[in-house]
Design a protein around this ligand. Structure first.
Ligand code: FES
Ligand SMILES: [Fe+2]
Length: 345
């Protein structure tokens, strides 16, 4: 039995402490590199409560804050695309590396910003995946031994089949904790993930703060994490069963049904979280468009919406009484929630 309280998921003070600490150390997944190929391509995302834009110039990928230097108006509204960077409010103009290069009627200003660059984050790459990092080197530090493994997994990607962003009216921790909970799947997802009942063959692993689950309906599938890593590094990724890598704090890399998928809980505010989901097909497992469609519609997004409903209902109740204290009894299938909370301290 453990004690918990509503304020853990509702307090602005707790939230601010969390994000101020997290943003210094833990990179955020942005996109796969195929979406930033041409000059002017951009992707909008959230980095611990602030909006950022990742853009491709001729030379490189840059990441900068989505706030105009003039009066902080958001430069981009669309989630992704290919456009010039011109502030919609008064027309200040930036290049693809986030440098201010044009001001309409410039002579009407007495003072102008000395630093011409929008506030930047470091782009860090693991295989085909782009992350935004406060400090160079954070990605490798955070991934540890998983870095090379995820790199190999990403190199086996054929192409992005599906990506979407789904808004949850909920605190980010409620979203992550739900993703670390295998106990709810039978009840909440009876027709897909919970169809076979409670997990029988499964093993939990840890790599630093990253929590890993291997499971399978098939007794013959290997749940050996060390062997998986060794084989992956040798270029042979075992795609059998379910393999879920929960990268601290809020990204999950998921291997099942011949796909590599992602869920990324992007923190918008203490009350709002965006789940950026991605589905990639694999080079060595060709699948038909119909199979992809079925997986995305009947399985993956269905799961996400079923979770969204429970999580939002949970949050709603927590909001009703923010000084409520309650007890929790965690099963073996929910043990990792404790580890996540501890890692966050
Ligand atoms: S706020 Fe961007 S040009 Fe004025
Ligand atoms: Fe779920």
């Amino acid at each position: 039995m453990i004690n918990n309280k509503s304020s853990y998921y509702t307090s602005e003070k707790i939230f601010n402490l969390e994000i101020n600490k997290l943003k210094l150390n833990y990179p955020v997944y942005v996109t796969d590199l195929s979406k930033l190929k041409n000059e002017g391509d951009f992707v909008l995302f959230h980095f611990y409560g602030d909006e950022y834009i990742a853009t491709k110039s001729k030379k490189k990928i840059s990441i900068f804050q989505n706030r105009c230097l003039h009066r902080s108006f958001p430069l981009k509204k669309k989630k992704y695309g290919n456009e010039k960077i011109i502030c919609p409010y008064h027309g200040w103009f930036y290049n693809y590396e986030g440098k201010l290069i044009g001001i309409p009627k410039k002579d009407c200003f007495k003072t102008l910003p000395k630093n011409k660059f929008l506030s930047q984050l470091h782009p860090e790459v693991c295989g085909q995946f782009l992350f935004a990092s406060y400090k160079k080197g954070n990605l490798k530090k955070n991934f540890g031994k998983l870095f090379k493994v995820i790199e190999k997994i990403s190199n086996n990607i054929n192409k992005s089949e599906f990506s979407d962003t789904i808004e949850y009216n909920a605190n980010w921790k409620l979203c992550v904790e739900n993703s670390l909970d295998e106990y709810h799947i039978v009840n909440v997802h009876p027709n897909n993930a919970g169809y076979y009942g409670y997990m029988k063959n499964f093993k939990y692993h840890e790599e630093g703060k990253n929590l890993i689950l291997f499971s399978s309906e098939n007794q013959k599938d290997s749940l050996d994490y060390k062997k998986f890593c060794k084989d992956a590094l040798a270029g042979k990724v075992d795609h059998n069963g379910y393999k879920i890598f929960n990268i601290f704090p809020s990204t999950a890399v998921i291997i099942y049904f011949g796909f590599v998928s992602f869920t990324n809980f992007h923190i918008v505010s203490g009350k709002k979280t965006i789940n950026n989901i991605e589905v990639f097909s694999l080079k060595d497992k060709k699948v038909s468009d119909n199979y992809v469609k079925k997986f995305v519609e009947n399985f993956f997004t269905k799961l996400v919406y079923e979770d969204k409903e429970v999580i939002e209902r949970y949050q709603e109740a927590l909001n009703q009484n923010t000084s409520y204290n309650f007890k929790e009894y965690l099963s073996v299938y929910e043990e990792r929630i404790k580890k996540f909370r501890k890692a966050l301290l």
